[in-house]
Design a protein around this ligand. Structure first.
Ligand SMILES: [Zn+2]
Ligand SMILES: [Zn+2]
Length: 323
């Protein structure tokens, strides 16, 4: 299996794939490489630049271990200022709802993870998020499914979702339509599997929960781990749908990952650079957003995460009070 999809295999719209070996491959679009740091454009961006400085102490520099994701030569990272200058895909007044579409059958824990992902995304992106009713898988053409020997498993080709299913149900006001499924996915014949794939230009993505449960690996299951992994993959992939590149500076939710152990080490939040990008893209107040994220974790019994978000809210608030 190749470490990356060859360009011949990839549609230009493909921006991110997760798999066993190459957990998340970003294909840079032709107009987003920035050789120099542009000047900051406006007052709001200036304020975010100031706010991101006080958040640095909550994050550590990226730690790369053996077998971890490594940025390719083309992945140079991206500062907040470079993101501003890159003409990113952003929600607009006509397209600002993220739709979550569950497809196929889910067990109770997976349903919970999908439902909470919708809630977390609402707080994380500060955009309306709508959780659609579950729809059946439908008839998958033979060319878009296969049986793999290991665990005698049927896999569905991601193109079935991205090309056949999702474009037909994409609402006009969707900033993104994200499908969750419990079917195992593959993006092409040379790949063993992928966790998810998103189309940058078409506003659709599909993510699989199939391999996120420890049950799938015949180990004792941990429902918090399933939830955490689902949230991380959903947030990371959707970040790419808003033109965010892989983060190479911090241990960050937008850092690439090669395997689940690495995903497990990543924080449930974006680093200061990536937070500022989102805040600018979604036009949200970082303090209010951190409070919403803290409330999410309080409600869901994770006091460590709640405390971390409350501290970030307080840090930004103190900085602004001094201005
Ligand atoms: Zn990625
Ligand atoms: Zn980051």
């Amino acid at each position: 299996m190749p470490r990356t999809l060859s360009k011949q295999l990839m549609k230009p719209a493909l921006i991110c794939v997760l798999s066993l070996l190459t957990a998340c491959t970003t294909i840079p679009s032709t107009d987003t490489e920035n050789a120099s740091t542009p000047a900051i454009k406006d007052e709001r961006a200036e304020k975010l630049s100031r706010q991101k400085e006080v958040l640095k102490r909550f994050f550590i520099a990226v730690v790369l271990r053996e077998d971890d994701w490594r940025p390719s030569e083309k992945e140079t990272g991206e500062t907040f200022e470079e993101y501003l200058a890159s003409d990113p895909t952003l929600p607009n007044p006509d397209r600002r709802t993220i739709y979550i579409q569950p497809i196929g059958k889910f067990n109770a824990e997976q349903k919970r993870a999908v439902g909470l992902s919708a809630e977390y995304m609402r707080a994380f992106y500060s955009l309306p998020v709508k959780l659609n009713d579950v729809i059946p898988l439908g008839d998958v053409p033979a060319a878009k499914r296969r049986r793999i020997e290991y665990r005698n498993n049927i896999q569905i080709r991601t193109a079935y979702f991205l090309d056949d299913v999702l474009p037909k149900i994409l609402p006009d006001d969707a900033a993104a339509l994200v499908a969750f499924t419990n079917y195992d996915l593959y993006p092409g014949d040379t790949w063993s599997f992928v966790f998810g794939q998103a189309s940058f230009s078409e506003r659709v993505g599909v993510y699989s929960l199939y391999r996120l449960s420890d049950i799938a690996f015949e180990r004792e299951n941990d429902k918090d781990r399933l939830l955490t992994r689902t949230l991380k993959i959903a947030i990371h992939e959707t970040g790419h749908m808003f033109s965010m590149k892989h983060c190479i500076k911090y241990e960050c939710l937008m850092s690439g990952t090669n395997h689940l152990a690495e995903t497990d080490r990543r924080p449930l939040d974006n680093c200061p650079e990536c937070m500022a990008k989102l805040a600018w893209a979604m036009n949200y107040d970082p303090v209010e957003r951190y409070k919403k994220l803290a409330a999410f974790w309080e409600k869901n019994g994770r006091s460590d995460e709640a405390r971390s978000f409350r501290e970030k809210a307080a840090a930004v608030q103190r900085t602004e009070a001094r201005q």
